[in-house]
Design a protein around this ligand. Structure first.
Ligand SMILES: Nc1ncnc2c1ncn2[C@@H]1O[C@H](COP(=O)(O)OS(=O)(=O)O)[C@@H](OP(=O)(O)O)[C@H]1O
Length: 317
């Protein structure tokens, strides 16, 4: 038995050595590399006067349209495809950001999942500006439902009525307990069936409060999805003023596509090309009046809180 002691000690020492080696190579070395990269990006931002803006959505409020329009600006480089900055580890996103910064003065990062995970971009170089696009949460919910159906995230026989009813029951119950509510809002994907986010994403105040706590109010621009849809020239003017770039995308460049009913942009080099995806045919899906009214009632309280927080009224109620 005693003869085996040195062997056991050797094994133990080996395990400890490997654990320490692994820790230093992965954790410590990784975080040193990360600090070095953040330092490098800080230098680029300061010395070369580069900036980046983070566009956090909201999903189904017109994020694709806004990104397409501003992406045509000569001083702005949008990162395509969306980098999923708030879902991916630090390194890949930071690398893409650094590459993008060498191209133009301003980098535009869009990721509407950050709305649900607002702590995530604290990991990166702090964005100079944050852009939020909000829209009527009831219309947004129906648009999101259609999106879930199109992608096959819900069984084919699902109805808006049932999804809304289940989500509202869950949300109303959960909101009775402050801790459970906070937990749900922080872990929307894990805590309940993901389709409940069709309704909960519209509780904008829950997400916006976090941004207002972390960022200077003057660095946050809130745009309206309704304005973007009906008068994109005005939204783009506000955005370019906020980003402090020249007014290159102007009202005269927009035209309504007769087929889709949506605005597109007319460029000198492509006179009649619409830059946006075509509207898909989802006319078989409908939203019943009762669900619409229930959603309106549910959002009323949260919309008021949002208007107080942002000191801005939207005509959604
Ligand atoms: N110019 C223009 N062209 C096309 N679509 C426009 C435009 N302006 C606003 N919208 C509205 O954008 C809605 C889709 O929103 P998103 O792009 O945020 O959706 S997504 O999150 O990328 O899936 C889309 O909603 P649905 O019509 O329900 O699909 C439109 O209402």
């Amino acid at each position: 038995m005693l003869k085996r002691v040195p062997a056991v000690v050797t094994i133990l020492l080996t395990v400890v050595f490997c654990a320490v080696f692994y820790y230093f190579n992965n954790e410590v070395c990784f975080s040193h590399r990360k600090i070095a990269n953040v330092a490098q990006s800080t230098r680029i931002f300061k010395e070369e006067n580069k900036k980046y803006a983070f566009f956090i959505g909201v999903k189904k409020c017109g994020t694709t349209a806004l990104k397409t329009f501003i992406g045509l600006h000569s001083e702005i480089h949008p990162i395509y495809p969306d980098p999923h900055a708030c879902d991916t580890p630090f390194e890949p996103f930071n690398k893409r950001l650094m590459e993008a910064l060498t191209k133009k003065k301003y980098v535009f990062v869009a990721d509407n999942r950050c709305m649900l995970n607002n702590e995530a971009f604290e990991r990166y170089q702090r964005p100079s500006k944050i852009i939020v696009l909000l829209c009527d949460p009831v219309r947004r919910a129906f648009s999101d439902f259609k999106h879930f159906m199109k992608k096959g995230y819900l069984p084919p026989n699902s109805s808006f009525t049932n999804v809304v009813q289940d989500a509202l029951n869950f949300l109303k119950n959960t909101s009775k307990d402050a801790k459970m509510w906070e937990n749900y809002m922080k872990n929307i994907r894990q805590v309940a069936p993901f389709e409940y986010s069709i309704v909960s994403t519209g509780i904008y105040v829950m997400f916006m409060q976090e941004f207002y706590d972390r960022y200077d109010q003057q660095d946050i621009l809130i745009l309206s999805g309704e304005e973007l849809r009906n008068d994109p020239g005005s939204s783009l003017e506000k955005l370019q003023t906020f980003l402090d770039v020249k007014q290159a995308i102007t009202n005269e460049m927009f035209f309504k596509n007769r087929q889709t009913g949506f605005y597109c942009i007319r460029l000198q080099q492509y006179p009649e090309v619409c830059k946006l995806p075509r509207k898909t045919n989802e006319s078989t899906l409908s939203a019943d009046k009762e669900s619409i009214n229930n959603l309106k009632k549910f959002y009323k309280k949260y919309n008021k809180q949002l208007f107080n927080l942002t000191r801005r009224e939207f005509k959604w109620l």
